[in-house]
Design a protein around this ligand. Structure first.
Ligand code: GP9
Ligand code: MN
Length: 626
């Protein structure tokens, strides 16, 4: 009792105001939550009606996070806890205000890697005033009242509480907060590839906590120091990776470059018919008049589409876990846009989807594109695919070409969308008849690809109309496969092959077409390769070197191979499947004796290790071959 009395009377002998303090806590927490909600609905990441389950979960998660933060403040501060709460509120106000400004420009909230690149955000800095809106005042509306509250409460000092009691109360509040948060977290798909997804489902405040912990685990806790030994190894690999041949060297020098990365385009559709009708008549015709790479494999891992983009533009392997676009967005890369930029090209990335997806907004700065044209920059005038709401590839191609300044040489990297899974939109919205597969996953996919093929036909016409066809090196490839292993039965039947891992592995090919009218003539190149080889192959054609590439020039190699991220690899002679730890003759499927391939196994895996080292240690910032 004496103890309590001394606690209560401490501070100039005035009686502490317990009820006002309680009200202060409730108001502060309430306002912080209100401001977080304002961000959610102002950005339209959350939309009405409020009672939608996704909004309820977001609200629960936000409440849980704020309660945990309040518990931490209560634990750490004693007499100064209300002042600390006020400072925390100011911090949240500024953070959310910065988030909303950033969002209005980049369509996502600020993440820690962005702070690294703050100088690149100059364009926002210049026009920051134009991004402010009157409603932003809501982020600060509570501060004068809470400040007044603090001043008024100087009359009755904040009660001093023993550390053990504070710890018990804080633990109880944190446990409640954590429980509420978990209820929302459990109902959300947390294998997410999009920061905006996290914000929409679990709230912007949780996003910042999540982003901070992701940043700490992936950056600060990872050993980033590149030892001289490791640097030497990396340089050795780059030096040995030089191709000696010079076939087609400089054949496309000075030409514009357009690369079209087609969503889920697999190789098996090219040249194939259903009921006597070609699935991809335009691609077939194009392939006949181009270099067509018939043994070309996708090499994506956890980053899917984004991994394919990365392989193509940097000639490095994607990360072993997760997406390189999220894990290493601030690394230094030696990339196709950067090299072309040095040669006077203007470089563009085009993708008619929300810009933050796959962290493209951040990653494209590191890859070095001058312009990133995304969803908000297109007029969504024609829908097709992906649930029927995505911009059709036809309109995407037309509008993208319109955005290029063709008065100077350019590189345009176009990522399509219409053939994104699920393909069921095309069950009813296609004149392509997939025969007995109508209405099946495979049938819908074939119809989707037939649609995309028509759009590619239109792209070629648009290029001709704009006078760009003759002087543009056009590269088309598929990003990854469309059909999951679990739904392979129809595909195996369609292809008349046995349902084995060996056949499945061979079905992971995507087409690669390289087209330059009048210069590159119809030729099927059967050498085995993968997406990592695109950059060196283009570099040879355009007449420049790529000393920091792990891929090879497919036009100047006598040994083809493709290393997959899961450790499997494919050569011109055999396939090694890491899951089975077995190798098979590429033609016959016959299993090989171990010693036939084991000598190569280590060398292939070394490539993955070197690539991982480059990513983890940000090695391209630290080494130089000069
Ligand atoms: C969306 C598109 C889809 O931006 O790239 O990516 P995916 O789901 O294929 O990885
Ligand atoms: Mn994709």
């Amino acid at each position: 009792m004496a103890n309590i009395n001394s606690e209560m009377t401490e501070g100039h002998g005035k009686k502490p105001c317990i009820i006002p303090e309680l009200i202060y806590w409730i108001f502060s927490i309430g306002f912080i939550i209100f401001k977080a909600f304002h961000f959610q609905f102002e950005t339209l990441l959350s939309t009405r009606p409020y009672r939608l389950p996704v909004n309820v979960y977001m609200a629960l998660a936000t409440f849980g996070v704020v309660l945990i933060a309040a518990a931490i403040i209560f634990l750490l501060f004693n007499r100064k806890r209300l002042a600390a709460l006020f400072v925390f509120d100011i911090f949240i106000s500024l953070l959310l205000f910065a988030d909303i400004l950033y969002f209005r420009y980049y369509y996502t909230a600020i993440s820690i890697p962005v702070l690294y690149q703050i100088r690149l955000v100059g364009s926002v800095g210049d026009s920051v005033r134009s991004l402010i809106e009157i409603s932003d005042i809501l982020f600060f509306v509570d501060l004068p009242f809470l400040l007044a509250g603090l001043v008024l409460m100087r009359k009755c000092p904040v009660r001093k509480i023993a550390p053990s009691r504070r710890a018990i109360a804080a633990l109880a509040a944190a446990a409640v907060g954590f429980g509420i948060f978990q209820a929302a977290y459990h109902n959300t798909d947390t294998t997410t590839y999009d920061n905006n997804y996290v914000i929409k489902h679990l709230g912007v405040l949780y996003f910042h906590a999540f982003d901070t912990s992701r940043f700490l685990t992936q950056n600060l806790l990872e050993n980033k120091i590149l030892t001289p030994d490791e640097a030497g190894k990396i340089m050795e690999v780059f030096k040995n990776n030089k191709t000696s041949g010079s076939r087609y060297k400089g054949a496309a020098r000075g030409k514009n470059l357009i690369i079209v990365q087609v969503e889920a385009l697999q190789e098996f559709v090219v040249g194939r018919t259903v009921n006597g009708r070609e699935i991809t008549p335009n691609l077939n015709r194009l392939a006949q008049n181009s270099m067509y790479f018939s043994n070309f494999y996708h090499q994506v891992a956890g980053g899917n589409t984004s991994d394919a983009e990365f392989l193509c533009n940097t000639s490095l392997y994607p990360a072993s876990e997760g997406a390189v676009y999220f894990r290493y967005p601030t690394n230094t890369y030696y990339s196709l846009p950067k090299i072309l930029k040095e040669q006077g090209y203007e470089t563009y990335a085009f993708h008619a989807y929300i810009p933050s997806f796959w962290n493209r907004t951040e990653m494209y700065k590191s890859i070095g594109f001058d312009h990133y044209i995304s969803y908000n920059d297109y007029v969504i005038d024609e829908f097709a695919g992906w649930g029927g709401w995505a911009l059709s590839d036809r309109s995407f191609f037309r509008q993208s070409l319109d955005k290029i300044d063709s008065s100077k040489p350019f590189y345009g990297f176009l990522i399509t969308l219409s053939s994104h899974h699920p393909f069921d939109y095309f069950d009813e919205n296609s004149d392509f008849d997939p025969g007995k597969y109508k209405g099946t996953f495979l049938g819908d996919y074939l119809s989707a690809i037939n649609f995309v093929d028509k759009c590619i036909g239109d792209l070629i016409q648009y290029l001709k109309d704009k006078g760009l066809y003759e002087n543009t090196l056009l590269v088309i490839y598929g990003d990854h496969s469309a059909l999951p292993r679990a739904q392979s039965e129809d595909l195996m039947e369609f292809m008349s092959v046995e349902d084995t891992e060996f056949e499945w592995a061979k079905l992971q090919k995507v087409p690669l077409i390289i087209h330059l009218p009048g210069i590159l003539h119809g030729e099927t190149v059967s050498v085995t390769g993968g997406e990592i080889d695109i950059m060196p192959t283009i570099a040879n054609l355009m007449g420049f070197d790529v000393p920091y590439a792990l891929g090879k020039d497919l036009l100047n190699t006598d040994r083809g191979y493709a290393v997959l991220r899961n450790g499997s690899y494919i050569t011109d002679e055999y396939i090694y499947l890491s899951g089975l730890d077995k190798a098979f003759n590429i033609e016959t499927g016959e299993e090989l004796e171990m010693d036939e391939y084991s000598r190569e196994l280590e060398a292939m895996h070394e490539q993955l290790k070197i690539s991982d080292l480059i990513l983890q240690k940000n090695a391209l910032k630290k080494i130089s071959l000069d």
